[in-house]
Design a protein around this ligand. Structure first.
Ligand SMILES: *[C@@H]1O[C@H](CO)[C@@H](O)[C@H](O)[C@H]1NC(C)=O
Ligand SMILES: *[C@@H]1O[C@H](CO)[C@@H](O)[C@H](O)[C@H]1NC(C)=O
Ligand SMILES: *[C@@H]1O[C@H](CO)[C@@H](O)[C@H](O)[C@H]1NC(C)=O
Ligand SMILES: *[C@@H]1O[C@H](CO)[C@@H](O)[C@H](O)[C@H]1NC(C)=O
Ligand SMILES: *[C@@H]1O[C@H](CO)[C@@H](O)[C@H](O)[C@H]1NC(C)=O
Ligand SMILES: *[C@@H]1O[C@H](CO)[C@@H](O)[C@H](O)[C@H]1NC(C)=O
Ligand SMILES: *[C@@H]1O[C@H](CO)[C@@H](O)[C@H](O)[C@H]1NC(C)=O
Ligand SMILES: *[C@@H]1O[C@H](CO)[C@@H](O)[C@H](O)[C@H]1NC(C)=O
Ligand SMILES: *[C@@H]1O[C@H](CO)[C@@H](O)[C@H](O)[C@H]1NC(C)=O
Length: 422
């Protein structure tokens, strides 16, 4: 089912890329479908539920149309069938295009009605409804990068510009009011071309939540091949996209330089004054990093000597546990297809029963390279930095064997959609 789902997605994305390559129009509802799925919630009175749903949709539409806003939420909780709706347009869309995109999204998830929850991500907008509030969700398993086709022209030089652009967006967008930024960059090579990119978060999450989400999105886009000229990353709380074709107008960019200043992002500050100063800086920073890493390692080791209890109900104080590759292989019956729960951003997720009898979810990272290792570390760091109760908890990892594996809390009675999308 998931295989079909993602295969289908890729076909759509390829189609989208094709349209963009041949028809670079900037002002349109941009209703290219990226992801669509239903969540199975528990509404008992479907008529009541749909009544509430219609009402919240009307409310959202009115706000998008009349309040000159790109982001809005609405909820109807007066009876036993609550409905929560979130809608967001990319800020480069005109009000008319935004509403058209919303209407398209509305039509395309009506078939989910009996499932009481749905989400649809289009290039131009995002729409989701559930029976409980999800407005503060940031990054969740199921986050995914959608890569366009590979091309042999405009390769690595373009990619280098894109990576810098996306790094800058990841730093700047969370600091900007409205959590949105659109930027362009000239890739100067044999042929000069322009890269276009945007980053956007839901306005109901925190600055840190936006940052975490965009870091995951950036990593997901980075897992695309380097010669792809069109990439997108989709998550619960954010969206990121780059393209070699213009999908917003040149006068719709954001000046993000003020938001990059006090970060360690490579800037042109030192370019006129190279040599000893940079050497000193790099040396100092390097020393600090080594010191911090050493402290962390020491801290972790001293913690590990305390006896570990059952993994379920672990306290916040325990760090991630090291699992051995063979134990995890055994736990998932050799990564059997039957045990597969779904496919996440970096690889497949399997259900497994570890030695102590607890059920866990094991995420098997798709690539085994330096890039994957870097992703692995960032994922471990991001997940273990997030302490919200309703996010899946990272229990441990395994990076000693032939593959990189993450061990996550298993969501009992969670169906696939729930696991993937919270
Ligand atoms: C992208 O790849 C798919 C399948 O590999 C192919 O059918 C499609 O024509 C390609 N699109 C473009 C724009 O090359
Ligand atoms: C759905 O309802 C059943 C029985 O009413 C309950 O056991 C289950 O936990 C509910 N699931 C959710 C997701 O609320
Ligand atoms: C909700 O809206 C749909 C489509 O707009 C309509 O077909 C349906 O009759 C409405 N249902 C209720 C209960 O208002
Ligand atoms: C939308 O606009 C109306 C009328 O201008 C105003 O009363 C309402 O408070 C606005 N709603 C939001 C969410 O800004
Ligand atoms: C639901 O809507 C009410 C008013 O319309 C608002 O005060 C409340 O904060 C909303 N709840 C959530 C979870 O957004
Ligand atoms: C530069 O553009 C020309 C024609 O548009 C193309 O044939 C050539 O492959 C391009 N070179 C690179 C490095 O992209
Ligand atoms: C941006 O450019 C378009 C034409 O490309 C023009 O119609 C529009 O008014 C410009 N917007 C601003 C804010 O300058
Ligand atoms: C990222 O920001 C830095 C600092 O402002 C700037 O020097 C660099 O050119 C930016 N990178 C891209 C690709 O725009
Ligand atoms: C989101 O809000 C719910 C209640 O509305 C709360 O229980 C939960 O802890 C919040 N999660 C995050 C990630 O802030």
């Amino acid at each position: 089912m998931t295989r079909w789902y993602y295969g289908w997605q890729m076909v759509l994305v390829s189609f989208v890329v094709m349209i963009f390559l041949t028809n670079p129009v900037t002002s349109q509802p941009q209703t290219n479908l990226l992801i669509r799925s239903c969540s199975t919630n528990n509404a008992t009175d479907i008529q009541k539920f749909i009544g509430n749903l219609n009402e919240t949709f009307r409310d959202v539409r009115t706000k998008l149309l009349n309040n000159n806003t790109y982001f809005t939420t609405s909820n109807q909780t007066r009876n036993s069938e609550p409905v929560y709706v979130l809608a967001q347009c990319r800020n480069y869309m005109s009000t008319g295009d935004c509403v058209s995109c919303f209407d398209f999204a509305d039509r395309s998830i009506r078939f989910c009605a009996a499932a009481n929850g749905a989400r649809v991500v289009l290039d131009g907008c995002f729409l989701r409804y559930e029976t409980s509030s999800f407005f503060n969700q940031t990054t969740l398993p199921g986050n995914v990068g959608l890569c366009g086709n590979r091309t042999s022209s405009r390769q690595t030089i373009f990619e280098m510009a894109v990576d810098g652009l996306l790094s800058n967006l990841t730093v700047a967008a969370p600091k900007i009011n409205g959590f949105y930024a659109a930027v362009t960059s000239q890739a100067v090579g044999t042929n000069t071309s322009t890269a276009y990119a945007i980053a956007q978060c839901a306005e109901t999450i925190t600055t840190d939540g936006c940052k975490n989400c965009l870091q995951v999105a950036h990593a997901n886009i980075k897992s695309c091949a380097t010669d792809v000229t069109d990439g997108r990353a989709v998550d619960s709380g954010c969206f990121m996209r780059y393209s070699a074709s213009a999908f917003f107008a040149n006068n719709q960019t954001t000046d993000i330089t003020p938001f990059l200043r006090d970060e360690g992002v490579s800037s042109n500050r030192g370019s006129s004054n190279k040599g000893p100063i940079i050497g000193g800086l790099v040396g100092g920073v390097g020393f600090l990093i080594i010191l911090i890493v050493a402290l962390l390692l020491w801290f972790r080791r001293s913690k590990r000597t305390t006896p570990e209890g059952s993994l379920h109900g672990v306290t916040e104080l325990q760090g991630p546990k090291d699992y051995s590759f063979n134990d995890l292989k055994k736990a998932t019956k050799g990564f059997q297809e039957d045990n597969k729960l779904g496919e996440g951003g970096f690889g497949d997720v399997y259900k497994g029963i570890v030695k102590d009898g607890n059920t866990v979810a094991v995420k098997r990272l798709a690539l085994c390279s330096d890039i994957a290792k870097a992703n692995f570390e960032s994922e471990v760091r991001i997940i273990s930095n997030v302490h919200h109760r309703n996010l899946i908890r990272l229990l441990g990892c395994c990076n000693k064997g032939p593959e990189l594996l993450l061990v996550l809390e298993y969501m009992a009675n969670g169906c696939l959609e729930k696991f993937l999308y919270g």
